[in-house]
Design a protein around this ligand. Structure first.
Ligand SMILES: [Zn+2]
Length: 331
């Protein structure tokens, strides 16, 4: 069983689009039976009885650089997705196959005219935030070494990464939104909310910086009465213990629209502190009304700290729906 690194930086728009299409959302492989080799289809059907799986693929690469490595990926292998200086996702390969038409249907072709035809499905998919600095240190790699292509690890390094995954199990991708409790959930919005409303939940300790006194929504800047403002967690998944309790990891949002739009990724704050709106919000009339009424797009927000800016960057990279609505299977 191999362990391999799959470079896939979500800061690249094309990668992000693929990730949203076939990892964040599962692929209904029953719709593609004719372009999936029989053995792989049977393996998929056994592993995913509901007919949906997280799917990824590898292009042949320039001069076929990836092909011999892609051929060695096998059922049971452990994949780590890497990019933007973190190993952010892992999963167990549950089926492997080669299909140009299937890959082209899912993702099209790249600028070389290639498609991600060496394909695999992942089970037990988990989100992590393991810094590549930590990975390099654990593997004894030089500080300058980066994962640029599909990289299969030698045996002892594979064992190291398996151990790292056990030690840092992250959070299951299927549990996409924060539950009320659990090992990997950021400050629970419900808990913090009660502490933020004067007179309510006085027995709940409030994070000092998360306490609301002004009643102003950070996104729409609306002054709202008590009860219409919540202190929402910004980074909600893959949090370290420090991040879970970090008072910088919260944002005060009104419940008149901003909280839901932010939590579900229809609005976010970009690296310049500017509120950005998802094309998906603008295409849904009911959401568009709210976005426009609140005059969110393009306004600049003031954050509490640089740490808060970091959490907002996580939200922008991982939660924000920055692509147009998917029309994956139209032909
Ligand atoms: Zn608001």
């Amino acid at each position: 069983m191999h362990v391999f690194f799959q470079p896939a930086a979500l800061s690249q728009k094309s990668v992000r689009r693929h990730y949203d299409a076939t990892i964040a959302r599962r692929v209904s492989f029953l719709d593609h039976e004719r372009v999936i080799p029989g053995k792989a289809f049977r393996e998929l059907s056994v592993s995913f009885p509901d007919g949906e799986a997280c799917v990824w693929g590898v292009t042949p690469g320039q001069r076929g650089v990836n092909v011999s490595k892609a051929r060695r990926i096998a059922k049971g292998d452990l994949a780590f997705f890497t990019g933007d200086k973190v190993a952010y996702l892992s999963g167990i390969v549950s089926a492997v196959w080669h299909s140009t038409p299937f890959a082209e249907r899912l993702w099209g072709r790249d600028q070389l005219g290639q498609t991600w035809e060496w394909m695999y499905a992942l089970d037990d998919v988990r989100e992590h935030d393991i810094l590549m600095d930590e990975v390099r240190a654990a593997l004894g790699w030089k500080d300058t070494r980066n994962v640029q292509n599909l990289t299969l690890l030698v045996e002892d390094q594979g064992a190291t990464m398996r151990a790292l995954r056990e030690a840092r199990p992250g959070s299951s991708l299927s549990a996409a939104l924060p539950a009320a409790s659990g090992p990997d959930v950021a400050p629970s919005p419900a808990r913090v909310v009660s502490a933020a409303v004067p007179g309510a939940g006085a027995d709940v300790p409030a994070p000092s910086a998360g306490r609301i006194t002004t009643g102003t929504c950070a996104l729409c800047r609306g002054e709202v009465p008590d009860g219409f403002l919540v202190v929402a967690a910004i980074k909600t998944r893959g949090c370290s213990p420090q991040e879970r309790g970090d008072p910088a990891n919260v944002i005060a949002l009104c419940t008149l629209g901003c909280e839901s739009l932010f939590r579900l990724g229809y609005v976010a704050v970009d690296g310049g502190g500017i509120v950005v709106t998802s094309p998906q919000a603008l295409e849904v009339p009911a959401l568009r009304v709210h976005v426009e009424r609140l005059a969110l797009t393009g306004c600049e927000i003031a954050y509490r700290s640089l740490a808060t800016a970091g959490y907002l960057a996580w939200h922008h990279a991982r939660v924000f729906r920055d692509t147009a609505p998917l029309r994956l299977f139209e032909t």
